[in-house]
Design a protein around this ligand. Structure first.
Ligand code: ADP
Ligand code: MG
Length: 248
């Protein structure tokens, strides 16, 4: 009886998560499509000045980027659920890759360099190489950076640190001063579809709850791990990604 109830509650919670996932994805797909449609209609129906037309194109491009992003997340999460082997295993220069992701995040979120700081600490000054799939690794790092920005509603102050405390290990730390994560959620946030309680109640921050699930799958596929730390709500978050370093 007790077991049954536990099972039932768990099942209901899972269904709720599925529902809110579907709602979130529908919203993420519908909003940019509606917006693109509106711009196209305007362009079709009225004479639009050249400058404004250019602006419309820019906005439509942003909307298509957003659509692509959502579709890619969903596809990646599907792949991650299947526990497939890595598509490719190449030597990847991880510090270069992280720097690219940082630059991309700065552009995409219109950040000043000091809002998103990047530091490397390598004793021997060598490149930090990882064996793996560069596209997956980029996606993992970008997901962490996007979260750090997204969950910093009162101003972005992120520091990204890359170090190699031992020869055979690379550690990436993404630290933000944002909303933080309550103790009891620190593990759960890596589950598929899971979105934080604050996110659901306030529900201003958009998302699908797939990001960290994807990051964890990628970390594991590369023989690494990922975990989150936070002093609690309002105290910021640090997410750490550890990967095995390729010894030359
Ligand atoms: N940097 C962060 N600061 C605070 N909360 C975070 C951070 N990153 C992730 N979270 C919490 O973990 C949840 C899951 O994250 P994620 O899988 O990326 O999904 P999404 O961002 O789409 O909600 C988020 O809903 C949020 O509650
Ligand atoms: Mg996310």
């Amino acid at each position: 009886m007790v077991l049954n109830t536990i099972f039932l509650v768990r099942e209901i919670r899972r269904n709720e998560q599925h529902d809110s996932f579907i709602n979130a994805v529908t919203h993420e797909l519908k909003t940019p499509i509606t917006s693109i449609r509106l711009y196209l209609q305007t362009l079709e129906r009225r004479e639009v000045a050249e400058a404004q037309r250019r602006e419309f194109y820019q906005l439509m491009l942003l909307d298509t980027d957003r659509l692509l992003g959502t579709v890619e997340q969903v596809l990646k999460a599907g792949e991650a659920g299947q526990k497939k082997a890595l598509r490719q295993r190449l030597p990847v220069e991880f510090n270069g890759l992280v720097r690219e992701c940082v630059d991309l995040a700065r552009t995409r979120h219109h950040l000043q360099p000091e809002s998103l700081e990047y530091q490397e600490h390598f004793t021997n000054g060598e490149a930090a190489c990882v064996m793996g799939d560069p596209e997956d690794l980029r996606s993992a790092v970008s997901n962490l950076l996007d979260n750090a920005v997204k969950y910093s509603p009162d101003g972005v102050r992120i520091s990204v640190e890359l170090e190699s405390p031992q020869e055979e290990r690379i550690v990436l730390r993404v630290r933000d001063r944002g909303v933080g994560i309550p103790q009891q959620e620190l593990k759960r946030i890596f589950k598929r579809f899971y979105r934080g309680v604050t996110q659901r109640s306030v529900s201003q921050v958009k998302g699908t709850g797939l990001g960290l699930f994807i990051v964890r799958a990628i970390a594991r596929n590369h023989g690494g791990r990922v975990f989150a730390e936070s002093e609690g709500t309002g105290k910021g978050t640090t997410v750490t990604l550890e990967l095995p370093r390729r010894v030359a």
